[in-house]
Design a protein around this ligand. Structure first.
Ligand code: AMP
Length: 397
């Protein structure tokens, strides 16, 4: 992998694509700065080498040109504090002023460019726009894994202008290395836990995992479409009728490939989608009319635990139930505990973004698993087997 460790940045003006798309409150204060702090090692390495840093990012989803609420100016003060130095700000990410500011930079200086998405050309992957950005620097570093699945001007196209002078930052490198511990040459058995609401959101990932996993645990709302597909009664549980055939095909493919699919044998069912609903435990394929499965049951927890405790590599994406409500959080918490215990016994565990990351944080397990990805959509696409443009742009040369 081509990382910044293989270069010395003395005298370079390094364009670094970061993901500073941080949440801001009504007073434009940052409510969670973890995306910024994550990039500090990358920025500090470049600065310590004697390079200068030109930061490129997006913030929010501006629709038509500049809007003050999406200005990266709001993060300038906090960024300066974190870096321990004054950060210059270019009020337009391209153009004469940005060019003058960039060319006047000395070693150890940092310049933040205004929101890239004030130009529609960014998301369109416009080549001229990418070239204008590229003209500001002498080296390109991508450290924005969250946008690696997009072929935007600053995440992919720009790399064409830096033959031999482009690399992954540490955030990006760590994400790819950890994802590869699962996808390429994993320690076996490899177990993937896939949960969440919909089969349709997870279908591509399950299909691709059939090529690498030994076990696939399926929980959450998506499990009920599998039960119905096999003739089970699921009451008013979540179901995608148009995916019934897909579920049968997945089960058949798994059998042919020797992959064990584990569905939750029992469920916590409720008479209402509410925190204070009446609940009972029930076989997942015999749910009475008017009731719905909102969590996996005790037997399912036991089954899943024994698979997880015998695994050497674990990938987890998606909760086992409606974990946001206490009454339906036991399954997700129990699986988190089993993943933590397996990790303590030497397994490698990767928690893939979104709701599973939220669940791991909620239950306080983030330090007990091997890695919690920040990737969201990018990580999912990686596990779906797709080539991510942001990775290909660096590696593909
Ligand atoms: P996803 O974004 O597809 O990973 O889905 C996560 C969401 O699925 C969470 O908000 C859960 O509350 C929800 N969920 C999980 N299990 C169920 C279930 N059995 N019924 C309804 N929603 C569920």
């Amino acid at each position: 992998m081509i990382t910044i460790d293989q270069f010395n940045f003395k005298g370079e003006k390094v364009l670094v694509r970061v993901d500073f798309n941080v949440p801001l409150n009504a007073g434009f204060q940052i409510t969670d700065d973890s995306r910024i702090t994550a990039t500090l090692p990358t920025l500090n390495k470049i600065l310590a080498d004697g390079g200068s840093v030109i930061l490129m990012s997006h913030l929010g989803r501006p629709k038509a040109g500049p809007e003050d609420k999406f200005s990266l100016r709001h993060i300038l003060g906090h960024l300066g504090k974190l870096l321990g130095k004054n950060v210059h700000f270019a009020p337009d990410c391209i153009g004469a002023e940005a060019a003058a500011m960039a060319s006047g930079m000395g070693a150890g200086e940092v310049l933040l460019l205004e929101n890239l998405r004030f130009y529609k050309e960014e998301e369109k992957g416009d080549r001229d726009f990418a070239q204008k950005l590229a003209s500001l620097g002498t080296f390109y570093v991508n450290d924005a894994f969250g946008t690696a699945h997009r072929a935007h001007a600053s995440t992919a196209i720009i790399a064409d202008f830096f033959p031999g002078k482009k690399a992954f930052g540490y955030v990006m490198a760590r994400e790819v290395e950890n994802a590869d511990k699962v996808m390429k040459a994993p320690q076996r058995p490899l177990t993937a836990i896939v949960g969440g609401a919909k089969v349709s959101d997870k279908i591509l990932i399950v299909e691709n995992l059939l090529n690498v996993a030994d076990h696939i645990i399926i929980g959450g709302g998506m499990a009920y479409t599998f039960f119905k597909a096999q003739g089970g009664h699921i009451g008013k549980s979540l179901c995608e009728d148009e995916r019934l055939q897909t579920c049968i095909e997945i089960l058949e493919k798994a059998k042919a490939k020797g992959v064990s699919i584990h569905l939750p044998s029992d469920s916590i069912i409720a008479d209402n989608f509410a925190a204070d609903a009446n609940t009972q435990n029930c076989a997942s394929d015999a749910i009475p009319d008017g009731w719905m499965g909102l969590d996996i049951g005790a037997s399912a927890c036991n089954d899943f635990n024994s698979v997880l405790l015998n695994s050497k590599t674990i990938l987890w994406n998606g909760p086992m139930g409606v974990f946001e409500m206490e009454a339906f959080s036991t399954g997700t918490r129990t699986v988190a505990e089993a993943v933590a215990e397996s990790t303590q016994n030497g397994a490698f565990s990767l928690i893939g973004g979104g709701d599973s990351a939220a669940a791991v944080h909620k239950f306080g397990f983030e330090d007990k698993v091997s890695y919690v990805s920040t990737g969201g959509g990018a990580l999912l696409e990686y596990f779906e087997g797709k080539t991510l443009p942001g990775i290909a742009a660096i590696v593909g040369e």
